[in-house]
Write a new protein. Structure first.
Length: 344
């Protein structure tokens, strides 16, 4: 009978020990909560960490630690503590969501202020914390991408915009911005693919639609695919038939293809919309000279030199036209003016 009694005593002692350690742990968590109420956050962290050290699987201790870390601005540690708490138990999910949303909003706005003040490293830090806090919210990726764009780190910005699009594929503004970066970086295939995706979603004639189709045309143009560029310029003109840039570029491509009448037609449409467009006046004259229509070219060159009296090309070609139609004196005077402006 004696061994049984000894076993009972040992079991009782073990039970007492468990109660003792559990009580210490519970006391540390309670102390941490009291310190938070007293706004003594460093002490709260100390007590919460003691509780975690005693029992790493105590979800409440991790939650309280997260609270305290948040109050002192240690957001990475806060996230780590909150995430561990949720892994152990969903009990504090509502409170943790509240804190994360609150701090996310604060950091997001601080990042926006930093961008406005050109404090880009600060803005970068704030948005990285936002992403760490709520990784499935695309807004922080978008603003962090903007920061990297301003820092001239387009390769990083591209990856961030792609993440933002994956989270919100219906936000066409982000897609257009990504397409513009591809375009600026001369990644024309990627730009075209991005803009074409926008065209499938945007309302024809909307700002995003117009920007996309314009840059598809510009991309084909710069890639040297003139036929595709012309096709796309025409498609763009269907939604905005009075866009001077589209008409001008179409005229330029026609000129390069030696389709002089089509080129003249496009440049004249630009002039109808804007008689002060110097380059279009000059280009109509050039196309007419190519077709040996010197008399028709004269009024366009005369307007060009009126708009820009210091144009060497305008005066030189005007002189040629005057000579060709027999107005020698005017031709000599125009040549003299051209010689004064001749580039060295």
């Amino acid at each position: 009978m004696f061994p049984m009694k000894r076993h009972f005593i040992i079991t009782a002692l073990l039970a007492a020990a468990v109660v003792f350690w559990s009580g210490c742990q519970q006391t540390a968590v309670t102390s941490a909560k009291v310190y938070i109420q007293q706004q003594n956050y460093e002490k709260a962290i100390e007590q919460a960490e003691l509780a975690i050290q005693s029992n790493p699987n105590d979800a409440e201790a991790h939650y309280v630690a997260g609270q305290a870390y948040g109050y002192v601005g240690e957001f990475r540690k806060m996230n780590e503590a909150f995430n561990t708490s949720l892994e152990l138990s969903p009990k504090r999910e509502t409170e943790i969501t509240y804190y994360k949303n609150k701090y996310y909003a604060d950091l997001f706005n601080l990042g926006a202020d930093a961008i406005r003040n050109n404090e880009l490293d600060t803005a970068k830090e704030k948005y990285e914390l936002c992403i760490d806090m709520i990784p499935d919210n695309g807004a922080a990726y978008t603003n962090l991408a903007l920061v990297h764009t301003l820092l001239e780190e387009d390769s990083i910005a591209i990856e961030l915009y792609k993440k933002a699009i994956a989270l919100d594929p219906e936000d066409l503004n982000i897609q257009v911005t990504l397409g513009m970066i591809y375009y600026r970086e001369k990644m024309y295939d990627e730009a075209i693919a991005t803009f074409e995706d926008v065209l499938t979603k945007a309302e024809p004639g909307s700002e995003n639609y117009n920007k996309s189709i314009y840059h598809i045309a510009y991309s084909y143009d710069l890639m040297g695919d003139r036929d595709k560029a012309i096709e796309t310029y025409f498609a763009a003109l269907e939604t905005n038939p009075e866009d001077k840039d589209l008409l001008f570029n179409l005229g330029r491509l026609y000129f390069l293809q030696e389709r002089l009448d089509d080129s003249i037609e496009m440049f004249k449409k630009v002039i109808e919309l804007d008689p002060e467009d110097f380059e279009s006046q000059l280009n109509v004259g050039q196309a007419l000279i190519e077709g040996k229509k010197y008399a028709e070219a004269i009024p366009f060159y005369e307007k060009a030199v009126e708009l820009n009296p210091d144009t060497y090309t305008g005066w030189y070609n005007l002189a040629i036209c005057y000579i060709q139609v027999g107005e020698r004196e005017k031709g000599v005077n125009a040549f003299a003016r051209a010689e004064e402006l001749k580039p060295e």
